[in-house]
Design a protein around this ligand. Structure first.
Ligand SMILES: *Cc1c(COP(=O)(O)O)cnc(C)c1O
Length: 445
């Protein structure tokens, strides 16, 4: 190969021209399991989570993995075994976290629209904290808790009104977003919580957005949260923990986000200085990372069905689509792409074995728009990609571990992909491919 290829995780490598993830030959996986296929690296997840553990060493802190980023049970089990708590946003995610062995007291329940049934289920499970997102939700939770004779731990999700400098659809900490309670409503909401039976105030929470690539927005949000903690203190309300949310970005293309150690180190130093100055105890710290733990652990493997050349565009039509990976259609996001068998290696193989394999003959180098079979113009996975392709070639779509499978749907009645967990050369199916029976089963003619 002329130019050294770079990958977004050290767990991706090329051996004899064939892409491997966590020691597993991806070409062989495709032969066994077909495409589209999600493959995750256990080693990458362990390393990414360990970075968070290192970052909070010596602090009273919990890392609550945000389940919605990738909710496969065996990923959750891997993280629970490493001591992760979980940030959940639905009863379904609660069921997953518990099934995976998550400790209820390390679960925080976020989300703007928790239903009565979900509040009940979470109270019964004994989740550690409800991150309350509106005064109305606070009243509902208090009523549910009283009816059950229980006490719910709460923190208020406040909206610090900082710009996370990310895509508008994944920015959550601005005043105009639907999330959390505005800072100027926070004191009144806490005062109400303080007198509501069935409610115990334990902390404050904020989460300003996703794919954040700078430390500054976190520091700005923390300043505002600490000002609120002071205000609450003056009104006799003491908080035990600060939950600073998730949102740390990853490298998809050329982003250079700070490490968890850098961000958490800065935040913890700020909190410590504040505690010393005000002669307060250092509060417990919580973080809710999702993408930064799993985003670069995974690839989505997809086969080229057809190449279609028109006057002003060349299309590679592949067997994965927006229902498998929604991020490009939804946020115009970029995912790196590379061939599972590099074009050079495929060429050599043809030369040595004769061009017996139709999939490796007649390759065309071009600038392709890589699109899926779904009947939507928005169904694209990559634009203007320089690739040398033939029918049947397998493309690895990189950085697909977060908000890939967890956002997948059955649109166009397409069964969802299988998921594989690779771990030091071994591969395990952690979700079998859906069948048409799975899809049609719940319906009645
Ligand atoms: C989505 C979400 C997270 C995780 O965000 P990432 O960008 O994946 O780290 C954390 N907390 C809350 C409340 C969320 O909604």
């Amino acid at each position: 190969m002329s130019k050294q290829e770079t990958f977004p995780t050290p767990f991706l490598s090329r051996k004899d021209g064939v892409l491997h993830l966590d020691g597993v030959n991806l070409e062989q996986l495709v032969q066994q399991h077909g495409t589209p296929l999600y493959v995750y690296s256990a080693g990458h997840i362990r390393d990414a989570f360990s970075q968070y553990l290192d970052a909070v060493k010596g602090l009273d802190a919990t890392i609550c993995y945000a389940v919605k980023a990738n909710s496969n049970l065996s990923l959750l089990r891997l993280l629970a075994d490493m001591g992760a708590g979980f940030d959940i946003v639905s009863a379904g995610e609660l069921a997953r976290a518990l099934e995976a062995g998550g400790k209820p007291e390390k679960i925080v329940f976020s989300g703007v629209g928790k239903s009565t049934a979900e509040l009940e289920m979470a109270l019964d499970a004994g989740v550690g904290c409800f991150n309350i997102e509106s005064p109305a939700e606070l009243e509902r939770l208090a009523a549910v808790a009283q009816r059950k004779g229980k006490v719910a731990n709460i923190s208020l999700r406040v909206n610090p009104d900082v710009d996370a400098k990310t895509h508008p659809y994944i920015s959550t900490g601005l005043k105009e977003n639907k999330f959390g309670v505005a800072m100027d409503q926070a004191l009144a909401t806490y005062q109400r919580a303080a007198v509501l039976p069935g409610i115990r105030i334990v902390g404050v929470d904020c989460h300003i957005g996703s794919q954040i690539t700078q430390a500054q927005p976190y520091a700005d949000a923390l300043d505002r949260v600490l000002a609120l903690v002071d205000l609450l203190h003056d009104h006799g309300i003491t908080l035990h923990h600060l939950d600073l949310g998730g949102g740390l970005g990853i490298c998809y293309k050329d982003e250079t986000p700070p490490s968890p150690q850098t961000v958490i180190g800065e935040l913890a130093a700020k909190v410590r200085a504040w505690a010393d100055k005000n002669r307060r105890d250092m509060p417990k710290l919580m973080f809710e990372p999702g993408r930064s733990i799993v985003g670069n652990c995974g690839v989505l493997l997809t086969s080229v069905e057809y190449l279609k050349h028109s006057e002003d565009k060349d299309f590679a039509i592949v067997d994965a689509a927006m229902n498998d990976l929604m991020r490009p259609a939804m946020y115009e996001s970029y995912h790196g792409m590379t061939l599972v068998r590099s074009a050079d290696a495929a060429h050599q193989k043809d030369a040595t074995h004769g061009a017996h394999n139709a999939s490796h003959s007649s390759k065309t180098s071009s600038t392709y728009d890589v699109v899926g079979p779904v009947c939507e113009t928005g169904d694209w996975l990559g634009r203007k990609r320089h690739l040398t392709l033939g029918e049947g070639d397998v493309i690895a779509i990189l950085s697909a571990g977060a908000y890939g499978m967890s956002m997948a749907s059955n649109y166009n009645t397409r069964p969802r992909a299988a998921e594989i967990l690779a771990d030091a050369g071994r591969a395990r199916v952690v979700r079998r491919r859906e069948t048409l029976t799975d899809l049609l089963g719940p319906e009645r003619v």
